[in-house]
Write a protein that binds this ligand. Structure first.
Ligand SMILES: NC(=O)C1=CN([C@@H]2O[C@H](COP(=O)(O)OP(=O)(O)OC[C@H]3O[C@@H](n4cnc5c(N)ncnc54)[C@H](OP(=O)(O)O)[C@@H]3O)[C@@H](O)[C@H]2O)C=CC1
Ligand SMILES: N[C@@H](CC=O)C(=O)O
Length: 414
């Protein structure tokens, strides 16, 4: 297939936008040039010729010379207007905006089909790790059993620093300064960004379209100093894990939760802004992908890859979504968790199907056990301050009594 020359209208000149502008200059063989750049603030100094910049989206969207819109802004609603207009005009679009993509995927699919433009977004999930095109092209079969791992660089950076003793606020500030965090870092630390990415993974892995707010989610803000003590005592780390595992009946159980990981699990060695994805497939068993999940150039590498793929007319086929029978999200599933709480916020053991171990003192308490996702979501304590819920590592922790094997129960482990 011949390579098409691409004339780019670039939206956003922040961490990623400026990165992609620089990288394209170093890659003339790509045959892609930036014609105009739309930004929000006309007064900011920029490392590019002033005549390229505008604050008027129309100047890019109405320019007949521009055949590719690259959308790299930090405002999901404004991005929605830009991307849908571009697709309605039949243009091709590359985006890194997981919030926009996860929220509006069905409409974005429809617009591609109806108007013939394509939308690529490898950078939206796990930064530099090439996962979406792999799921589209390589795992085009029914054998994929699970995808789980670390999909948010900021939280992994924060948790890595906290494990070394840095306090949470200082670690978050560093993640912001390094360009890893979203403009609104609540999206990172409360797990929304991970849920957005998980919903895109579900669509490309199994054809499941789910609004991210419907996924079971907890971020890292409730992790308490006592939980770190517990992890250190066991020799474990804490990560924010996105997990999607296929059950025996074909349904998929999905969640975003802090998780303890033990040495031996490849995620144990994924530090700082790196992400890691563990794929399980019936024939190939386990495969592990790791790479930088946030930051200017790692993200730009995925955007460049999409631009290059587009220059050879690549588009997602969404094959799994088009199947007559797509997998469904499991309405309920079992979780094996540690729950920590203080004296003011007691958690009743009776909410649990089984309690494996428990500890109580005057300052606080924790127990480990098995609870259904439905019971967890219904529990008054689930989102209460002072209560932390952390998934247990794969395999039985030393303190655990043997649990009955339940076929439908989900080994939500990474
Ligand atoms: N940073 C990262 O590591 C990663 C980021 N992403 C995603 O990439 C996107 C960009 O992130 P990032 O570069 O970090 O964000 P930044 O905050 O660094 O930059 C955002 C850019 O968007 C511009 N902008 C905001 N609103 C508008 C608007 N309405 N019209 C035109 N321009 C606008 C800003 O303009 P101005 O300069 O004038 O303020 C700025 O240039 C986001 O969707 C993010 O989620 C994805 C993967 C990794
Ligand atoms: N804020 C995000 C940026 C990349 O997607 C993250 O920290 O992972």
């Amino acid at each position: 297939m011949s390579q098409q020359k691409l004339t780019i209208g670039l939206f956003g000149f922040g961490v990623v936008g400026e990165g992609i502008y620089q990288v394209l200059h170093e890659l003339p063989s790509l045959g892609a040039t930036v014609r105009r750049i739309c930004i929000r603030d006309p007064h900011k100094p920029r490392n590019a010729p002033a005549e390229l910049f505008t604050t008027r989206a129309d100047e890019l969207l109405n320019d007949p010379e521009i055949n590719l819109i690259v959308e790299l802004i930090d405002d999901a609603e404004a991005a929605y207007a830009i991307v849908t207009r571009a697709l309605r005009s039949g243009r091709h679009v590359v985006s890194a905006n997981k919030a926009l993509l996860a929220r509006h995927l069905p409409e974005l699919l429809y617009l591609q089909q109806e108007y013939g433009g394509s939308l690529l977004y490898e950078a939206a999930v796990c930064g530099s790790i090439p996962i979406l095109r792999n799921l589209e092209e390589y795992y085009d079969n029914d054998l994929l059993q699970g995808i789980s791992g670390i999909v948010n660089g900021s939280t992994n950076y924060i948790l890595t620093q906290q494990a070394k003793g840095l306090d949470y606020d200082a670690a978050l500030r560093q993640a912001q300064q390094l360009g890893f965090a979203e403009s609104n870092p609540t999206l990172d630390v409360e797990g929304h960004d991970a849920a957005n990415k998980l919903s895109l993974l579900l669509a490309h892995a199994w054809g499941i379209v789910v609004q991210p707010h419907n996924l079971l989610r907890q971020g890292i803000t409730r992790i308490r100093p006592e939980d770190w003590d517990y992890a250190r005592e066991k020799g474990w780390r804490i990560v924010l894990a996105a997990t999607a595992l296929r059950n025996a009946d074909g349904s998929v159980s999905a969640s975003v939760l802090p998780r303890f990981v033990a040495p031996g699990n490849p995620l144990f060695d994924v530090r700082d802004e790196y992400n890691g994805l563990l794929l399980r497939s019936r024939l190939s068993d386990r495969q592990f992908l790791s790479g930088k999940g946030a930051g200017r150039f790692p993200t730009a590498s995925a955007v460049v890859s999409d631009i290059s793929a587009r220059s050879y007319q690549y588009k997602y086929e969404y094959k799994k979504l088009r199947r007559s029978e797509t997998a469904q999200l499991a309405p309920d599933f079992e979780l094996e968790v540690y729950v920590g709480f203080d004296a003011d916020n007691p958690v009743p053991e009776s909410d649990f199907g089984e309690v494996y171990s428990s500890y109580r003192s005057e300052e606080g308490a924790y127990f480990t056990g098995r609870i259904s996702a439905r019971a967890l979501l219904a529990a008054a304590w689930w989102q209460a301050p002072g209560v932390s819920v952390i998934a247990l590592p794969e395999g039985a922790p030393a303190s655990r009594r043997p649990a009955p094997v339940r076929k439908a129960a989900l080994a939500l482990a990474v």
